[in-house]
Design a protein around this ligand. Structure first.
Ligand code: PEP
Ligand code: MG
Length: 326
């Protein structure tokens, strides 16, 4: 089966009705680019940069310097040979602690994490932004910001990106002045106020792992409530489909980079919602591609529209299964 799938590596990812679907890879370290290229990914849709910051011991215990980060980002950009690399700024906290001993928040998932942490540590954030910008001189880079929910977070982040650009100009360093900037949509408030993001962002990427966690109030890492963590809850489906359709209508590309994007049982559901860009673990990519090659959007769209009208979890689960029926 693996062997059969590997034949699809170079096959264009196009539905039966001729719609092109972008399949990208999620990576944690630049070394993962080899697997991404091996899977035939069209680029990196999510580089979880926090992995450069985590688990550092001994002499390298300090945060990675701007130069060290730059080298890692450049390595990824070069390894992807002209394909876009979406670098997410530091998403530290909750399930991804900088240092276990430092985790003191009562509710880490609701605490000072991701963009909140970055805006509270402007020198650290500026160093990362400069490192990402410098890497953009070596190939197409997109800058993705996690956990945004508030209008001022968008404005402050964009202002800091401009500040980082000014610093680089003054230092005579090269970067892509038109680097696209996007927001993760993974807090329900963001999905519910999407026009606010669409106005100011170049692209959006839905983080379903956190979006499900925050919508259902289910800790994504707590085994005791894992059975309640349901990607097909009608509330989750509503937020997903409205984000995809509002973004797409406004001409702002929307991707999904959470686990849902790599689940072949959900590929057709997402296609029917209008999703055209998926980012996932490289190991899932060819199986998802196979699903896409056998899908017809003209058939799927009305079926999914019907599913989105249901509030019956059992009926929804059955209907989603039936999308793969024939
Ligand atoms: C997500 O929340 O879905 C996501 C892609 O980011 P992470 O899993 O790194 O929080
Ligand atoms: Mg997330």
């Amino acid at each position: 089966d693996r062997k059969k799938l590997s034949k699809l590596r170079k096959t264009p990812s196009i539905t039966e009705d001729g719609t092109e679907i972008a399949l990208l890879a999620n990576i944690e370290l630049p070394e993962d680019c080899a697997a991404a290229m091996e899977s035939g990914a069209a680029g990196v849709g999510l580089f979880r940069s926090e992995f450069l910051f985590m688990g550092r011991t001994g002499v390298s215990h300090k945060l990675p310097s701007e130069d060290e980060q730059f080298e890692s980002y450049r390595k990824a950009v070069l390894a992807m040979k002209g394909r876009p690399v979406t670098i997410r700024t530091l998403d530290i906290g909750a399930d991804k602690p900088l240092d276990d001993a430092e985790q003191t928040a009562l509710n880490p998932a609701l605490g000072l994490r991701a963009i909140r942490f970055c805006l509270a540590e402007p020198q650290m954030f500026l160093a990362q932004l400069r490192a990402i910008l410098r890497a953009s001189a070596f190939g197409p880079v997109r800058l993705l910001v996690p956990m945004m929910a508030h209008s001022f977070e968008i404005d402050q982040t964009l202002a800091m990106i401009e500040q980082a650009k000014t610093q680089l100009r003054e230092a005579g360093q090269k970067f892509d002045p038109l680097i696209p900037v996007g927001a993760m949509i993974e807090i329900p408030a963001a999905a519910l106020t999407l026009p606010m993001f669409v106005k100011k962002m170049d692209f959006l990427s839905i983080g379903t792992n956190d979006l499900i966690q925050y919508t259902l109030a289910i800790d994504r890492a707590d085994h005791e409530v894992a059975h309640l963590y349901n990607p097909l809850h009608p509330a989750v489906l509503y937020l997903l489909s409205s984000t995809i359709s509002i973004g797409t209508k406004a001409g702002v590309p929307v991707a999904v980079c959470g686990e849902m994007a790599g689940d072949v049982r959900l590929t057709r559901l997402l296609l029917g919602m209008g999703l055209r860009e998926f980012s996932m673990h490289p190991r899932q990519l060819l199986a998802v591609k196979q699903e896409i090659l056998n899908s017809d959007l003209n058939v799927l769209a009305p079926q999914v529209k019907k599913i989105l009208k249901s509030y019956d979890p059992v009926a929804i689960a059955e209907a989603v299964e039936q999308l793969r029926g024939e």
